[in-house]
Design a protein around this ligand. Sequence first.
Ligand SMILES: Nc1ncnc2c1ncn2[C@@H]1O[C@H](COP(=O)(O)OP(=O)(O)O)[C@@H](O)[C@H]1O
Ligand SMILES: [Mg+2]
Length: 295
Amino acid sequence: MRANATRAASFSKSVRPPVSDPIPGGLPAPAPRILAVANQKGGVGKTTTAINLGTALAAVGERVLIVDLDPQGNASTGLGVHRRGGQKSTYHVLMGEASLRNVIVDSGIPRLHCAPSTMDLLGAELELANIDRKTYRLADAIAQLCRENDPERSYTYVLVDCPPSLNLLTINSLSAADAILVPLQCEFFALEGLSQLIKTVERVKTNLNPRLTIQGVVLTMFDRRNNLSEQVAEDVRSVLGDKVYQTVIPRNVRISEAPSHGKPVLLYDNACVGSQAYIRLASEIIRRERELRAA
Ligand SMILES: Nc1ncnc2c1ncn2[C@@H]1O[C@H](COP(=O)(O)OP(=O)(O)O)[C@@H](O)[C@H]1O
Ligand SMILES: [Mg+2]
């Protein structure tokens, strides 16, 4: 963690100064934008995107919280956050046994915090079934965090890393979110399952969270040497139009090596094509957010 902090300090010097540090004078900070990084398929790049987009947003001065809502906890470990038995986690937040504020930890990267998960989350689906406001547990926890108005725990972006399923954990994430961000792997069956995901978004919008929109779809693991990647990208763009970000995340070995070092790829190898792609994605998302706010 200390090594992370040292690298992070030099990393943060190499990027623009913060543009959105805590509001002086004790005024309530504006609500964060909450983005659910979701796709019920596993292995499509959700966690990788949550970690590296979060780091890229923090690098340009945003204050970012990554909420790990997957029992596997890859977002937590990929950020170098150790998961210990007995530790309070997002499970305890959903069960009302801890507030978000109690579980948030510093990632060692400036302006980037994490609410880690533990394996307890595996039981959450069943345990939530009989709990009041079971689909709004995360939304309520984030709202409470905002009401606390603690400058140390105020964020401009909250990214929720969802599990590979359309279960109650993902529904909690969609009920809390302003928008969904969908990583789509450039493979033959890329679009398979997407209609189910979009139907779920529509259902959540109608029944639970009218403000939910689709922020965008990001093509991941794009392999330039492979014609199939090109073909898939073309097909996805013809179906989803400008919902698909211009930025494409290439398949890049540095991206896959970084988590075993407990580091986002932007700290592991700032110059590699994977890092550069996530930096471009962050600016595209910030631009889209500005357009959405202006609309
Ligand atoms: N752009 C990429 N290039 C190479 N490997 C990647 C890339 N994105 C993700 N991976 C690797 O693919 C695997 C699945 O990614 P992950 O983000 O964990 O998917 P998900 O969270 O959707 O299950 C991980 O081992 C990850 O390191
Ligand atoms: Mg994951």
